[in-house]
Design a protein around this ligand. Structure first.
Ligand code: CDP
Ligand code: CDP
Length: 240
């Protein structure tokens, strides 16, 4: 069967990481979390006390930074990690999962020069197909020719509740309303920014999983992927 490129985009907490990771496991594809790259760069910028509005400094920082995504260990996977993330060789898998880093990531993600560097790295990481990459602009900018594009949605209340549960498990002292505000603020910035805003690609399938769990959502998308694989194999057969 041909190896597809699968692009999954959607707002915070819509289930992209959990669902994409599961799909990649079933199909034997590589899972790549593009948001982790924005988060890792934000962590570095915060550590250096750079202003998140200093576009030139952040653009330079992106060009001088090496970010790598690897599969999680069995133990990390059990604890909920979907990708291991390395920033200039040091592991930051857990350190990037805070609300503060998420906010800083969404702010530096508005800078065209920063996106330019990270998009090029994402394209390199996914070249050759057999990948499930998730983010905000995967189907529109990173892989506009992806054979399967999914736009994952869920109500903002459900998405915030999912995120809040994760914070609770980690012992973070945030109320569900604080998490809802954080998620809404980030969604608004992601949707309204000038460069590569969060929008559904015209040829993306919308999957609203407000009332679906991760397994159901992943099963549905695997079914769509198998259909695409068959269509492409049949077309290649006809053209042979
Ligand atoms: O990557 P994204 O921000 O889109 O979402 P995620 O990190 O995959 O999911 C956030 C949380 O929601 C995780 O704890 C998932 O297990 C949970 N989730 C869920 O309960 N039901 C779904 N249909 C999707 C995700
Ligand atoms: O996991 P969650 O959905 O909360 O966020 P994420 O996927 O880790 O992404 C963090 C932030 O990075 C987002 O709020 C976006 O601003 C930015 N991002 C982006 O601009 N483009 C991407 N392809 C992925 C993430």
């Amino acid at each position: 069967m041909p190896k597809l490129t699968i692009a999954i985009d959607g707002p915070a907490g819509s289930g992209k990481s959990s669902v994409a990771r599961q799909i990649a496991g079933v199909l034997g594809y590589t899972y790549l979390d593009s948001g982790a790259m924005y988060r890792a760069l934000a962590l570095k910028a915060l550590g250096r006390k750079l202003s998140i509005d200093d576009e030139a400094a952040l653009e330079k920082l992106a060009a001088d930074t090496h970010i790598e995504l690897k599969p999680p260990t069995a133990e990390q996977e059990k604890a909920g990690a979907k990708n291991r993330v390395f920033l200039d060789g040091g592991e930051v898998t857990d350190a990037i999962r805070t609300a503060g880093v998420a906010q800083a990531a969404s702010r530096l993600a508005t800078i065209a020069g920063v996106r330019h560097v990270l998009v090029a790295e994402q394209q390199r990481a996914g070249e050759g197909g057999g990948v499930v990459m998730e983010g905000r602009d995967i189907g529109t900018v990173v892989f506009p020719k992806a054979e399967l594009k999914i736009f994952l949605e869920a109500s903002s209340e459900v998405r915030a509740e999912r995120r809040w549960k994760e914070h609770q498990e980690k012992g973070d002292d945030l109320t569900v309303f604080q998490v809802l505000d954080e998620v809404k603020e980030r969604d608004k910035r992601d949707q309204e920014r000038k460069v590569s805003p969060l929008v559904r690609a015209a040829d993306a399938v919308i999957v609203d999983n407000t009332a679906m769990d991760v397994d159901e959502t992943a099963r549905l998308i695997v079914m769509l992927a198998r259909e695409r694989e068959k269509e492409i194999a049949a077309k290649a057969g006809r053209n042979a």
